[in-house]
Ligand binder design. Structure first.
Ligand code: GDP
Ligand code: IMO
Ligand code: MG
Length: 425
Protein backbone atom coordinates (compact mmCIF):
# COMPACT_ATOMS: atom_id res chain seq x y z
CA UNK A 1 0.00 0.00 0.00
CA UNK A 2 1.21 3.48 -0.79
CA UNK A 3 1.30 5.38 2.49
CA UNK A 4 2.67 8.61 1.06
CA UNK A 5 0.71 11.64 1.98
CA UNK A 6 0.39 15.33 1.65
CA UNK A 7 -0.31 17.47 4.69
CA UNK A 8 -1.23 21.12 4.40
CA UNK A 9 -0.35 23.85 6.87
CA UNK A 10 -2.12 27.17 6.54
CA UNK A 11 -3.12 30.35 8.37
CA UNK A 12 -6.65 30.64 9.74
CA UNK A 13 -6.68 34.39 10.41
CA UNK A 14 -5.36 37.38 8.47
CA UNK A 15 -1.81 36.05 8.03
CA UNK A 16 1.33 36.23 10.18
CA UNK A 17 0.08 33.46 12.45
CA UNK A 18 3.56 31.93 12.68
CA UNK A 19 3.50 29.57 9.68
CA UNK A 20 7.26 29.87 9.02
CA UNK A 21 8.17 28.81 12.53
CA UNK A 22 5.93 25.75 12.54
CA UNK A 23 6.86 24.58 9.03
CA UNK A 24 10.49 24.62 10.19
CA UNK A 25 9.54 22.65 13.32
CA UNK A 26 7.60 20.04 11.32
CA UNK A 27 10.08 19.73 8.43
CA UNK A 28 12.03 16.77 9.92
CA UNK A 29 8.84 14.68 9.54
CA UNK A 30 8.62 15.28 5.75
CA UNK A 31 10.70 14.76 2.62
CA UNK A 32 9.38 17.67 0.58
CA UNK A 33 8.20 21.17 1.56
CA UNK A 34 6.22 23.11 -1.04
CA UNK A 35 4.77 26.60 -1.35
CA UNK A 36 1.53 26.66 -3.35
CA UNK A 37 0.34 30.28 -3.57
CA UNK A 38 1.22 33.86 -2.78
CA UNK A 39 4.63 35.37 -3.33
CA UNK A 40 6.86 37.98 -1.74
CA UNK A 41 3.85 39.52 -0.01
CA UNK A 42 4.58 36.80 2.56
CA UNK A 43 7.12 37.21 5.35
CA UNK A 44 7.72 33.97 7.26
CA UNK A 45 9.97 34.29 10.31
CA UNK A 46 12.12 31.49 11.74
CA UNK A 47 14.32 31.65 14.81
CA UNK A 48 16.78 29.05 16.03
CA UNK A 49 20.26 28.89 17.55
CA UNK A 50 20.24 32.64 18.10
CA UNK A 51 19.63 33.42 14.40
CA UNK A 52 16.55 34.96 12.81
CA UNK A 53 15.51 34.57 9.15
CA UNK A 54 12.60 36.02 7.20
CA UNK A 55 11.56 34.07 4.08
CA UNK A 56 9.34 35.50 1.38
CA UNK A 57 9.16 33.18 -1.62
CA UNK A 58 11.36 30.32 -0.48
CA UNK A 59 9.71 27.50 1.51
CA UNK A 60 10.49 27.35 5.24
CA UNK A 61 11.89 23.81 4.90
CA UNK A 62 15.34 24.88 3.77
CA UNK A 63 16.98 24.98 7.18
CA UNK A 64 16.57 21.31 8.01
CA UNK A 65 19.13 19.51 5.84
CA UNK A 66 18.44 17.20 2.97
CA UNK A 67 14.86 18.17 2.20
CA UNK A 68 13.53 19.05 -1.23
CA UNK A 69 11.82 22.45 -1.41
CA UNK A 70 9.43 23.33 -4.23
CA UNK A 71 7.99 26.63 -5.41
CA UNK A 72 4.71 25.52 -6.99
CA UNK A 73 2.79 26.73 -10.02
CA UNK A 74 0.36 28.67 -7.83
CA UNK A 75 3.12 30.98 -6.59
CA UNK A 76 3.97 34.34 -8.15
CA UNK A 77 7.70 34.96 -8.18
CA UNK A 78 9.68 38.22 -8.42
CA UNK A 79 13.13 37.32 -9.87
CA UNK A 80 14.92 40.31 -8.29
CA UNK A 81 13.52 39.67 -4.81
CA UNK A 82 14.14 35.94 -5.20
CA UNK A 83 17.80 36.64 -6.08
CA UNK A 84 18.13 38.92 -3.06
CA UNK A 85 16.58 36.32 -0.76
CA UNK A 86 18.82 33.51 -2.02
CA UNK A 87 21.98 35.65 -1.81
CA UNK A 88 21.23 36.61 1.79
CA UNK A 89 20.76 32.95 2.70
CA UNK A 90 23.98 32.00 0.91
CA UNK A 91 25.81 34.67 2.90
CA UNK A 92 24.77 32.92 6.08
CA UNK A 93 25.95 29.58 4.74
CA UNK A 94 22.72 28.11 3.35
CA UNK A 95 23.17 26.90 -0.19
CA UNK A 96 19.91 26.19 -1.95
CA UNK A 97 20.85 25.35 -5.51
CA UNK A 98 20.53 21.59 -5.17
CA UNK A 99 17.50 21.65 -2.91
CA UNK A 100 15.13 24.14 -4.48
CA UNK A 101 12.98 23.37 -7.49
CA UNK A 102 10.81 25.93 -9.25
CA UNK A 103 7.68 25.10 -11.25
CA UNK A 104 7.80 26.24 -14.88
CA UNK A 105 4.17 27.25 -14.48
CA UNK A 106 4.71 29.76 -11.65
CA UNK A 107 3.98 33.30 -12.85
CA UNK A 108 6.57 36.08 -12.88
CA UNK A 109 5.99 39.39 -11.13
CA UNK A 110 7.34 42.10 -13.43
CA UNK A 111 8.52 45.54 -12.28
CA UNK A 112 5.50 47.02 -14.08
CA UNK A 113 3.16 44.80 -12.02
CA UNK A 114 4.41 46.61 -8.91
CA UNK A 115 3.74 49.96 -10.57
CA UNK A 116 0.21 48.90 -11.48
CA UNK A 117 -0.28 47.75 -7.87
CA UNK A 118 0.78 51.22 -6.67
CA UNK A 119 -1.34 53.00 -9.30
CA UNK A 120 -4.47 51.00 -8.40
CA UNK A 121 -3.98 51.65 -4.71
CA UNK A 122 -3.48 55.38 -5.33
CA UNK A 123 -6.66 55.47 -7.39
CA UNK A 124 -8.67 53.79 -4.62
CA UNK A 125 -7.63 56.53 -2.18
CA UNK A 126 -9.14 55.95 1.27
CA UNK A 127 -10.63 52.66 0.07
CA UNK A 128 -7.22 51.20 -0.70
CA UNK A 129 -6.56 47.57 0.22
CA UNK A 130 -3.26 48.41 1.88
CA UNK A 131 -1.40 45.88 -0.26
CA UNK A 132 2.23 44.99 0.30
CA UNK A 133 3.02 46.78 -2.97
CA UNK A 134 4.67 43.69 -4.44
CA UNK A 135 2.51 43.51 -7.57
CA UNK A 136 0.59 40.46 -6.35
CA UNK A 137 -2.88 41.49 -7.57
CA UNK A 138 -1.78 42.63 -11.06
CA UNK A 139 0.29 39.45 -11.58
CA UNK A 140 -2.61 37.16 -10.67
CA UNK A 141 -4.88 39.36 -12.82
CA UNK A 142 -2.62 38.69 -15.82
CA UNK A 143 -2.65 34.98 -14.99
CA UNK A 144 -6.45 34.83 -14.96
CA UNK A 145 -6.65 37.09 -18.03
CA UNK A 146 -4.37 34.64 -19.83
CA UNK A 147 -1.76 37.32 -20.42
CA UNK A 148 0.85 36.28 -17.83
CA UNK A 149 4.54 35.55 -18.17
CA UNK A 150 5.71 32.27 -16.59
CA UNK A 151 8.97 30.79 -15.35
CA UNK A 152 8.97 28.41 -18.34
CA UNK A 153 9.05 31.44 -20.66
CA UNK A 154 12.54 32.28 -19.37
CA UNK A 155 13.94 29.46 -21.49
CA UNK A 156 12.45 30.53 -24.80
CA UNK A 157 12.77 33.89 -26.53
CA UNK A 158 12.29 35.62 -23.20
CA UNK A 159 13.38 39.18 -23.95
CA UNK A 160 10.86 39.54 -26.78
CA UNK A 161 8.01 38.23 -24.63
CA UNK A 162 9.06 40.47 -21.76
CA UNK A 163 9.03 43.59 -23.95
CA UNK A 164 5.55 42.78 -25.27
CA UNK A 165 4.18 42.32 -21.74
CA UNK A 166 5.90 45.48 -20.56
CA UNK A 167 4.40 47.50 -23.44
CA UNK A 168 0.91 46.33 -22.49
CA UNK A 169 1.57 47.31 -18.86
CA UNK A 170 2.81 50.75 -19.86
CA UNK A 171 -0.48 51.29 -21.72
CA UNK A 172 -2.37 50.29 -18.57
CA UNK A 173 -0.32 52.69 -16.48
CA UNK A 174 -1.02 55.52 -18.93
CA UNK A 175 -4.74 54.78 -18.66
CA UNK A 176 -4.39 54.96 -14.86
CA UNK A 177 -2.65 58.33 -15.23
CA UNK A 178 0.42 56.92 -13.51
CA UNK A 179 3.42 57.97 -15.55
CA UNK A 180 5.88 59.58 -13.13
CA UNK A 181 8.39 56.75 -12.70
CA UNK A 182 11.72 55.48 -13.94
CA UNK A 183 12.20 51.73 -13.85
CA UNK A 184 15.63 51.59 -15.55
CA UNK A 185 17.50 50.47 -12.41
CA UNK A 186 14.80 48.13 -11.11
CA UNK A 187 14.48 46.57 -14.55
CA UNK A 188 18.25 45.98 -14.71
CA UNK A 189 18.22 44.14 -11.37
CA UNK A 190 15.08 42.26 -12.39
CA UNK A 191 16.72 41.01 -15.58
CA UNK A 192 19.78 39.98 -13.54
CA UNK A 193 17.32 38.06 -11.38
CA UNK A 194 16.07 36.24 -14.49
CA UNK A 195 19.63 35.16 -15.32
CA UNK A 196 20.19 34.19 -11.68
CA UNK A 197 17.10 31.99 -11.69
CA UNK A 198 18.63 29.88 -14.47
CA UNK A 199 20.97 28.41 -11.83
CA UNK A 200 18.00 26.62 -10.32
CA UNK A 201 16.10 23.56 -11.45
CA UNK A 202 12.94 24.39 -13.35
CA UNK A 203 10.55 21.46 -13.10
CA UNK A 204 7.09 20.40 -14.13
CA UNK A 205 6.08 20.77 -10.50
CA UNK A 206 2.98 18.59 -10.76
CA UNK A 207 5.06 15.64 -12.01
CA UNK A 208 7.77 16.31 -9.43
CA UNK A 209 5.33 16.27 -6.49
CA UNK A 210 3.35 13.27 -7.71
CA UNK A 211 6.50 11.29 -8.46
CA UNK A 212 7.73 11.93 -4.93
CA UNK A 213 4.40 10.64 -3.64
CA UNK A 214 4.69 7.53 -5.84
CA UNK A 215 8.12 6.90 -4.32
CA UNK A 216 6.49 6.93 -0.88
CA UNK A 217 7.80 10.35 0.13
CA UNK A 218 5.74 12.76 2.19
CA UNK A 219 4.99 16.38 1.37
CA UNK A 220 4.16 19.35 3.58
CA UNK A 221 2.45 22.24 1.79
CA UNK A 222 3.18 25.65 3.30
CA UNK A 223 0.42 28.20 2.99
CA UNK A 224 1.01 31.92 2.83
CA UNK A 225 -1.31 34.70 4.08
CA UNK A 226 -4.41 33.38 5.86
CA UNK A 227 -7.97 32.19 5.28
CA UNK A 228 -9.49 35.60 5.99
CA UNK A 229 -7.35 36.97 3.14
CA UNK A 230 -8.56 34.31 0.66
CA UNK A 231 -9.88 35.85 -2.56
CA UNK A 232 -13.13 33.82 -2.40
CA UNK A 233 -13.82 33.45 1.32
CA UNK A 234 -11.89 36.26 3.00
CA UNK A 235 -13.04 39.77 3.87
CA UNK A 236 -13.44 40.72 0.21
CA UNK A 237 -12.37 43.10 -1.32
CA UNK A 238 -9.78 43.53 1.45
CA UNK A 239 -8.02 40.29 0.59
CA UNK A 240 -5.05 39.03 -1.39
CA UNK A 241 -5.46 37.71 -4.93
CA UNK A 242 -4.97 33.97 -4.42
CA UNK A 243 -6.72 31.01 -2.82
CA UNK A 244 -4.97 30.78 0.51
CA UNK A 245 -7.19 27.91 1.61
CA UNK A 246 -6.58 24.17 1.49
CA UNK A 247 -7.90 23.76 -2.06
CA UNK A 248 -5.13 26.16 -3.12
CA UNK A 249 -2.65 23.38 -2.35
CA UNK A 250 -4.35 21.17 -4.98
CA UNK A 251 -4.46 23.83 -7.68
CA UNK A 252 -1.14 25.40 -6.72
CA UNK A 253 0.84 22.17 -6.90
CA UNK A 254 -1.18 19.77 -9.04
CA UNK A 255 -2.17 17.39 -6.25
CA UNK A 256 -5.44 15.46 -6.14
CA UNK A 257 -7.63 16.21 -3.08
CA UNK A 258 -7.64 12.51 -2.13
CA UNK A 259 -3.89 12.77 -1.45
CA UNK A 260 -4.39 15.24 1.38
CA UNK A 261 -4.08 13.89 4.91
CA UNK A 262 -3.84 16.34 7.77
CA UNK A 263 -4.78 19.98 7.44
CA UNK A 264 -2.96 21.99 10.10
CA UNK A 265 -4.69 25.25 10.86
CA UNK A 266 -2.55 27.88 12.57
CA UNK A 267 -3.93 30.66 14.76
CA UNK A 268 -2.60 33.12 17.26
CA UNK A 269 -3.97 33.13 20.80
CA UNK A 270 -5.34 36.54 19.77
CA UNK A 271 -5.74 38.10 16.33
CA UNK A 272 -3.88 40.56 14.09
CA UNK A 273 -4.31 42.13 10.69
CA UNK A 274 -2.14 44.38 8.47
CA UNK A 275 -3.55 46.70 5.84
CA UNK A 276 -7.15 47.89 5.52
CA UNK A 277 -10.43 46.05 5.93
CA UNK A 278 -12.87 44.88 8.60
CA UNK A 279 -11.62 43.31 11.83
CA UNK A 280 -14.52 42.89 14.28
CA UNK A 281 -12.46 42.19 17.41
CA UNK A 282 -9.88 44.93 16.82
CA UNK A 283 -8.78 46.78 19.97
CA UNK A 284 -8.09 50.50 19.85
CA UNK A 285 -7.21 50.85 23.54
CA UNK A 286 -4.31 50.15 25.88
CA UNK A 287 -4.95 46.37 25.72
CA UNK A 288 -4.46 46.41 21.95
CA UNK A 289 -1.28 48.39 22.37
CA UNK A 290 -0.08 45.95 25.03
CA UNK A 291 -0.62 42.98 22.68
CA UNK A 292 1.24 44.82 19.90
CA UNK A 293 4.18 45.63 22.16
CA UNK A 294 4.47 42.24 23.82
CA UNK A 295 3.89 40.33 20.55
CA UNK A 296 6.20 42.61 18.53
CA UNK A 297 3.37 42.95 16.07
CA UNK A 298 5.10 44.75 13.24
CA UNK A 299 5.30 43.41 9.67
CA UNK A 300 8.15 40.92 9.10
CA UNK A 301 9.04 42.56 5.77
CA UNK A 302 7.37 45.97 5.63
CA UNK A 303 7.67 46.86 9.34
CA UNK A 304 4.04 48.05 9.19
CA UNK A 305 2.23 48.15 12.52
CA UNK A 306 -0.16 45.20 12.82
CA UNK A 307 -3.66 45.88 14.10
CA UNK A 308 -4.35 43.74 17.20
CA UNK A 309 -7.48 42.33 18.82
CA UNK A 310 -9.02 39.39 20.66
CA UNK A 311 -9.36 35.92 19.20
CA UNK A 312 -12.42 35.62 16.96
CA UNK A 313 -13.98 32.15 17.26
CA UNK A 314 -16.73 32.93 14.72
CA UNK A 315 -14.11 33.62 12.04
CA UNK A 316 -11.99 30.66 13.20
CA UNK A 317 -14.91 28.22 13.00
CA UNK A 318 -15.56 29.45 9.49
CA UNK A 319 -11.89 28.98 8.55
CA UNK A 320 -11.84 25.47 10.05
CA UNK A 321 -14.94 24.58 8.00
CA UNK A 322 -13.62 25.97 4.70
CA UNK A 323 -10.27 24.23 5.04
CA UNK A 324 -11.32 20.96 6.64
CA UNK A 325 -8.82 21.54 9.44
CA UNK A 326 -7.94 18.33 11.30
CA UNK A 327 -5.47 19.79 13.81
CA UNK A 328 -5.04 23.23 15.29
CA UNK A 329 -1.78 24.89 16.19
CA UNK A 330 -1.89 27.79 18.64
CA UNK A 331 0.85 30.39 18.47
CA UNK A 332 2.01 33.25 20.66
CA UNK A 333 0.19 32.05 23.79
CA UNK A 334 3.03 33.66 25.81
CA UNK A 335 2.01 37.13 24.63
CA UNK A 336 -1.06 36.91 26.89
CA UNK A 337 0.95 35.75 29.95
CA UNK A 338 0.40 38.93 31.95
CA UNK A 339 -3.29 39.51 31.22
CA UNK A 340 -5.64 39.07 34.21
CA UNK A 341 -8.58 38.55 31.83
CA UNK A 342 -8.65 37.33 28.24
CA UNK A 343 -11.55 37.71 25.89
CA UNK A 344 -12.77 35.41 23.13
CA UNK A 345 -15.44 36.44 20.62
CA UNK A 346 -18.04 33.65 20.60
CA UNK A 347 -20.73 35.29 18.45
CA UNK A 348 -21.57 38.44 16.50
CA UNK A 349 -24.37 40.82 17.34
CA UNK A 350 -25.59 42.29 14.05
CA UNK A 351 -28.28 44.90 14.67
CA UNK A 352 -29.58 43.00 17.69
CA UNK A 353 -29.45 39.59 16.02
CA UNK A 354 -26.97 37.13 17.54
CA UNK A 355 -25.23 34.89 15.04
CA UNK A 356 -22.29 32.50 14.93
CA UNK A 357 -22.03 32.71 11.15
CA UNK A 358 -19.88 35.09 9.16
CA UNK A 359 -22.06 37.69 7.38
CA UNK A 360 -21.63 38.60 3.69
CA UNK A 361 -20.20 41.97 4.64
CA UNK A 362 -17.95 41.80 7.68
CA UNK A 363 -17.61 45.58 7.64
CA UNK A 364 -21.28 46.19 8.41
CA UNK A 365 -22.57 46.60 12.00
CA UNK A 366 -20.74 43.57 13.44
CA UNK A 367 -20.43 43.80 17.23
CA UNK A 368 -18.44 40.99 18.86
CA UNK A 369 -20.04 39.10 21.76
CA UNK A 370 -17.28 38.19 24.20
CA UNK A 371 -16.73 35.49 26.75
CA UNK A 372 -14.28 36.51 29.45
CA UNK A 373 -11.69 34.00 30.55
CA UNK A 374 -9.40 34.15 33.55
CA UNK A 375 -5.78 34.69 32.55
CA UNK A 376 -3.04 32.26 33.63
CA UNK A 377 -0.60 35.02 34.67
CA UNK A 378 2.37 32.67 34.42
CA UNK A 379 5.44 32.85 32.22
CA UNK A 380 4.88 30.20 29.52
CA UNK A 381 8.09 30.87 27.60
CA UNK A 382 10.10 28.42 29.69
CA UNK A 383 7.58 25.56 29.48
CA UNK A 384 8.86 22.65 27.43
CA UNK A 385 6.15 20.06 28.02
CA UNK A 386 2.41 19.90 28.48
CA UNK A 387 2.84 18.92 32.15
CA UNK A 388 4.49 22.24 32.91
CA UNK A 389 1.60 24.32 31.59
CA UNK A 390 -0.51 26.05 34.28
CA UNK A 391 -4.05 24.77 34.85
CA UNK A 392 -5.69 28.07 33.90
CA UNK A 393 -3.97 27.88 30.51
CA UNK A 394 -5.00 24.24 30.02
CA UNK A 395 -8.58 25.29 30.85
CA UNK A 396 -8.36 27.92 28.11
CA UNK A 397 -7.13 25.25 25.65
CA UNK A 398 -10.00 22.95 26.61
CA UNK A 399 -12.47 25.82 26.13
CA UNK A 400 -11.08 26.56 22.65
CA UNK A 401 -11.10 22.90 21.60
CA UNK A 402 -14.72 22.58 22.67
CA UNK A 403 -15.79 25.74 20.86
CA UNK A 404 -13.81 24.95 17.72
CA UNK A 405 -14.57 21.21 17.76
CA UNK A 406 -10.97 20.50 16.71
CA UNK A 407 -7.96 19.36 18.75
CA UNK A 408 -5.08 21.73 19.41
CA UNK A 409 -2.03 19.60 18.70
CA UNK A 410 0.83 22.09 18.99
CA UNK A 411 1.28 25.06 21.33
CA UNK A 412 3.93 27.67 20.65
CA UNK A 413 5.24 29.63 23.64
CA UNK A 414 7.94 31.77 22.02
CA UNK A 415 9.51 32.59 18.65
CA UNK A 416 12.35 30.07 18.89
CA UNK A 417 12.15 26.66 17.25
CA UNK A 418 12.70 25.14 20.70
CA UNK A 419 9.73 26.96 22.26
CA UNK A 420 7.21 24.51 20.86
CA UNK A 421 5.10 21.97 22.74
CA UNK A 422 3.67 19.03 20.84
CA UNK A 423 0.74 17.63 22.79
CA UNK A 424 0.06 13.97 23.35
CA UNK A 425 -3.12 13.20 21.47
P1 GDP B 1 4.01 33.90 9.28
O1 GDP B 1 3.88 34.91 8.19
O2 GDP B 1 2.73 33.17 9.53
O3 GDP B 1 5.16 32.97 9.09
O4 GDP B 1 4.30 34.73 10.61
P2 GDP B 1 5.31 35.98 10.77
O5 GDP B 1 6.70 35.49 10.75
O6 GDP B 1 4.96 37.06 9.82
O7 GDP B 1 4.89 36.52 12.19
C1 GDP B 1 4.96 35.74 13.34
C2 GDP B 1 5.89 36.44 14.35
O8 GDP B 1 5.70 35.90 15.62
C3 GDP B 1 7.35 36.29 14.03
O9 GDP B 1 8.04 37.44 14.46
C4 GDP B 1 7.74 35.07 14.88
O10 GDP B 1 9.12 35.07 15.23
C5 GDP B 1 6.89 35.30 16.09
N1 GDP B 1 6.45 34.09 16.80
C6 GDP B 1 6.09 32.88 16.28
N2 GDP B 1 5.63 32.07 17.25
C7 GDP B 1 5.69 32.77 18.40
C8 GDP B 1 5.32 32.48 19.76
O11 GDP B 1 4.81 31.42 20.10
N3 GDP B 1 5.53 33.49 20.69
C9 GDP B 1 6.06 34.69 20.36
N4 GDP B 1 6.21 35.59 21.31
N5 GDP B 1 6.41 34.98 19.09
C10 GDP B 1 6.22 34.05 18.13
P1 IMO C 1 2.13 35.96 5.50
O1 IMO C 1 2.35 34.81 4.56
C1 IMO C 1 -0.35 39.40 6.56
C2 IMO C 1 -2.32 41.53 3.23
C3 IMO C 1 -1.86 42.95 2.92
C4 IMO C 1 -3.15 43.53 2.38
C5 IMO C 1 -3.76 42.35 1.60
C6 IMO C 1 -3.46 42.37 0.10
O2 IMO C 1 3.39 36.54 6.03
O3 IMO C 1 1.14 35.63 6.55
P2 IMO C 1 -1.30 41.90 -1.36
O4 IMO C 1 0.05 42.54 -1.36
O5 IMO C 1 -1.28 40.42 -1.10
O6 IMO C 1 -2.10 42.24 -2.58
O7 IMO C 1 -2.08 42.59 -0.11
O8 IMO C 1 -3.20 41.19 2.16
N1 IMO C 1 -1.23 40.51 3.24
C7 IMO C 1 -0.74 39.94 4.36
N2 IMO C 1 -1.01 40.17 5.67
N3 IMO C 1 0.50 38.42 6.22
C8 IMO C 1 0.78 38.16 4.92
O9 IMO C 1 1.53 37.11 4.53
C9 IMO C 1 0.18 38.97 3.92
N4 IMO C 1 0.21 39.00 2.57
C10 IMO C 1 -0.64 39.94 2.18
O10 IMO C 1 -1.43 43.60 4.09
O11 IMO C 1 -4.03 43.83 3.44
MG1 MG D 1 4.18 36.97 7.87
Amino acid sequence: MNTAKVDVLLGLQWGDEGKGKVVDVLTPQYDVIARFQGGPNAGHTLEFEGEKYVLRSIPSGIFQGGKVNIIGNGVVLAPDLFMQEVKELEKSGHNLKDRLKISTKAHLIMPTHRLIDAAQEAKKGKNKVGTTGKGIGPTYTDKISRTGLRVGDILDNFKEKYEAHKAAHLDQLKALNYTDFDITEIEKTWLEGIEFMKNFQFVEGEYAVNNYLKEGKSVLCEGAQGTMLDVDFGSYPFVTSSNTICSGACSGLGIGPNKIGDVFGIMKAYCTRVGSGPFPTELFDEEGKKIRDLGHEYGAVTGRERRCGWIDLVALKYAIMINGVTKLIMMKSDVLDTFATIKACVAYNINGKITTELPYDLAKDVEPVYKEIKGWQTDLTQCTSEEQLPQAFLDYITFLEKELETPISIISVGPDRAQTITRKQ
